[in-house]
Design a protein. Structure first.
Length: 562
C-alpha cells in the first residue's frame, strides 16, 4: 500500500513554511523572492539561494518573485540585469510575470519616509558617514545622538524635500531613522535611510538624486509584494530587528525574514567584490571566464544546471556556517555528465604511431559506442588508418613494473580497433622519441582477440590523416589554498591564486566527429575527462574547455605534495 502520509520537511526552513501553511498563516499562501543586486553576475553561492527560494515556493504551491535590488546607481547596469535573468532561467527556474525592481517602489518609499518624518521617527542629519559610524558606539557601550536629532518635523520635511531637489552636495546630509542610540542592536542606532547620490540610475535616469539604503528598502519591498517568507543568508540576521522595526512603524504587511548559512566552498572565492576585482585586474578574462565560480563561467565550462541543483540539494540548508568541499560539486557534475555525455577520442600530447603491416592508403571505419551508460545514444563511425596518434605518456621505452601501457615488445589494445605490438621507436638527435612503429593483429578487430589472450591496457587514439587540430584549455581550481580568503601575514588574498589554473594545449588532435559537434554540451574525451566547445571556437579551429577531470586529480596532487 502506498504511503499517503506527507513527507517530513527536509530542513528547518521547510519546517517553518510547512507549519505556517498548516496554521493558515497569511491564508496558507507561500510567496518567496530572490533579490539580487544587479552589480555583477551570479555565482554558485547565489545558486543555493535560488534553489531554496524557488524550490520552497514550488514545493508548497506558491510562487517566487525575481526582484532586483537596484538602490545604488553607481554600480548597477542593465547588462547585469539581463545576465541574472539568463542565469536563473538556465538553472531551471522562472518567475513568470513576477519580475520587480526596488526602483519600482521609489515613490512609495519616499512617501513612507515622509510619513516617518511626520510621526517624529526620522530626521535629516548633517553628520558625515565617518562621524555617524564613530557615534554608533559598541555593543557594550551606547552611541551618541546626532546634534540634529531633535530638529522639528517642519525643518526635517523642508530639508528632505530640498535633498530630493538636489540642493545639497553628496555626503552633506542623510535621512536617518530615529530609533534608539542605546539599543543593544547596533542596526537600530538611528540607521541611515537615504543618502545623496547625484548619479544616473539604469532605470529611473536622473529622476532621483537621493536613494534609499538597502535596509530601508528591503523589508518594505517584501511587504509591498506580500512576501510571506523573506529568506536571506546569515549575515543579514543582525539586520532583522531593523527589518521588523520599519514594517511595524509603518503598519504594513508583516513580511518576516529568515536566515540560513551561506555557501562557503574550498579553493573558491564567493564574494562578488573579490570576483569583480579578478575581472577588473585582468586576472581572468571576464565574468564568464571558465575558472570563475559564476554561473556564466560554469555554463561556459560545461557545467549542467542539473548538477548544480543536485549539489545544492546535497549540501542542504543549515543555520551555521561551514565549508563545503569543492570535490562534492565535481562529484555531482561527474555523476550527471557520466549519464548524458557522449564519448569521443582526442589526443592532447600526440606522438605518431605507424602500423607497418597495415595496408598503406587504406582507411576503415570502426564502430564506437557513444555512451555505454545510455543505450539510446547509439554509435558512430571512427576512421582508422596506418598512421595514428596516441598520448605521449602512453609509451615508455624503459617502463617500470606497474606501467602496463605501450612499450617495446608489448601488446596493447586500441579502443574499438585492434591489438598492436610496439616493434621500435624512432628518436631525434637529442634522444627524444618522435615516432613509434608497431604491428597489428588483423584478427583482433573491435579490440577482441579470437584466441582469448589478454592485454592489460586499452589506449585511445586518433587517425593521423583524418585528425583535426584543436586548442584545448585545461582548467583547474582558481585558488591554490583550501581557504581562499585566509591570508598569511605580509600577503594578500591574490597570493592564494593557483598559477596553474589554466594550461593551454595548442596541438591537440581530435577525431573528426568532435569538429562537427555544433553544441556546447559537455562530452567525454575518453580517459581524459569531460570537455565542451568554448565560445571562442571558430570554423577553422575548435576550442575545447575541460569541464572536469574523470577523477579528483587536484585533491590527489595536493595529497602528494603534502
Amino acid at each position: 500500500m502506498a504511503d499517503l502520509e506527507p513527507k517530513a520537511p527536509s530542513d528547518f526552513l521547510r519546517t517553518i513554511v510547512a507549519n505556517d501553511v498548516k496554521a493558515g498563516t497569511h491564508g496558507g499562501s507561500v510567496i518567496t523572492r530572490f533579490p539580487p543586486e544587479p552589480n555583477g553576475y551570479l555565482h554558485i553561492g547565489h545558486a543555493k539561494s535560488i534553489c531554496i527560494n524557488f524550490g520552497i515556493a514550488q514545493e508548497f504551491g506558491g510562487r517566487c518573485h525575481l526582484r532586483f535590488d537596484d538602490t545604488n546607481p553607481c554600480r548597477e547596469e542593465d547588462e547585469f540585469v539581463e545576465g541574472i535573468k539568463d542565469d536563473v532561467r538556465w538553472l531551471g527556474f522562472d518567475w513568470g510575470e513576477h519580475q520587480y525592481f526596488a526602483s519600482d517602489y521609489f515613490d512609495q518609499l519616499y512617501a513612507w519616509a515622509i510619513q516617518l518624518i511626520k510621526e517624529g521617527k526620522a530626521f535629516v542629519c548633517d553628520m558625515s558617514g565617518e562621524e555617524i559610524s564613530a557615534s554608533r558606539g559598541r555593543a557594550s557601550a551606547a552611541g551618541t545622538e546626532s546634534p540634529w536629532r531633535n530638529r522639528s518635523v517642519e525643518e526635517n520635511l523642508d530639508l528632505f524635500e530640498r535633498m530630493r531637489n538636489g540642493e545639497f552636495d553628496e555626503g552633506s546630509k542623510t535621512l536617518r531613522a530615529k530609533i534608539d542610540m542605546a539599543s543593544p542592536h547596533l542596526q537600530l542606532r538611528d540607521p541611515v535611510m537615504y543618502r545623496i547620490l547625484k548619479a544616473s540610475h539604469h532605470r529611473t535616469g536622473d529622476t532621483w538624486c537621493i536613494y534609499p539604503m538597502y535596509d530601508y528598502t528591503h523589508g518594505q519591498s517584501d511587504s509591498l509584494e506580500k512576501i510571506t517568507h523573506s529568506i536571506c543568508t546569515l549575515e543579514f540576521s543582525d539586520h532583522r530587528p531593523l527589518y521588523d522595526w520599519y514594517i511595524q512603524a509603518l503598519g504594513i504587511f508583516p513580511s518576516h525574514q529568515y536566515e540560513f548559512a551561506r555557501l562557503n566552498m574550498t579553493y573558491t572565492a564567493l564574494s562578488k567584490r573579490r570576483l569583480k576585482g579578478l575581472v577588473d585586474e585582468g586576472v581572468v578574462t571576464g565574468w564568464d571566464d571558465p575558472r570563475m565560480p559564476t554561473l556564466a563561467g560554469m555554463r561556459r565550462r560545461g557545467y549542467t544546471p542539473e548538477a548544480i541543483r543536485e549539489f545544492c540539494k546535497r549540501i542542504g540548508v543549515a543555520k551555521a556556517d561551514s565549508m563545503v568541499d569543492f570535490a562534492l560539486l565535481e562529484f555531482c557534475l561527474r555523476e550527471d555528465l557520466n549519464k548524458r555525455a557522449s564519448r569521443y577520442m582526442a589526443v592532447l600530447d600526440p606522438i605518431k604511431v605507424v602500423i607497418d603491416n597495415y595496408p598503406e592508403g587504406q582507411v576503415e571505419h570502426l564502430e564506437a559506442v557513444n555512451n555505454p551508460e545510455d543505450p539510446g545514444a547509439g554509435a558512430r563511425q571512427v576512421p582508422f588508418s596506418r598512421e595514428l596518434y596516441i598520448e605521449r605518456e602512453d609509451f615508455m621505452e624503459n617502463p617500470p613494473k606497474q606501467f602496463f601501457r605501450l612499450a617495446p615488445g608489448r601488446e596493447v589494445r586500441l579502443r574499438y580497433a585492434y591489438f598492436i605490438t610496439c616493434t621500435s621507436a624512432v628518436k631525434d638527435a637529442d634522444g627524444n622519441v618522435t615516432e613509434l612503429h608497431c604491428t597489428y593483429d588483423p584478427a583482433s578487430k573491435g579490440g577482441n582477440s579470437p584466441d582469448g589472450r589478454k592485454v592489460k591496457s586499452t589506449l585511445h587514439w586518433v587517425s593521423a590523416a583524418e585528425a583535426v587540430d584543436a586548442e584545448v584549455r585545461l582548467y583547474d581550481v582558481l585558488f591554490a589554498k583550501e581557504n581562499a580568503m585566509e591570508v598569511e601575514e605580509g600577503k594578500t588574498w591574490q597570493d592564494n591564486l593557483n598559477p596553474n589554473s589554466l594550461t593551454v594545449v595548442n596541438n591537440a588532435k581530435i577525431e573528426p566527429a568532435l569538429a562537427r559537434l555544433g553544441s556546447t554540451a559537455a562530452v567525454q574525451f575518453e580517459r581524459l575527462g569531460y570537455f565542451c566547445l568554448d565560445t571562442d571556437t571558430t570554423e577553422a579551429r575548435p576550442v575545447f574547455n575541460r569541464t572536469v577531470t574523470l577523477r579528483d586529480t587536484w585533491a590527489k596532487a595536493q595529497q602528494a605534495s603534502g
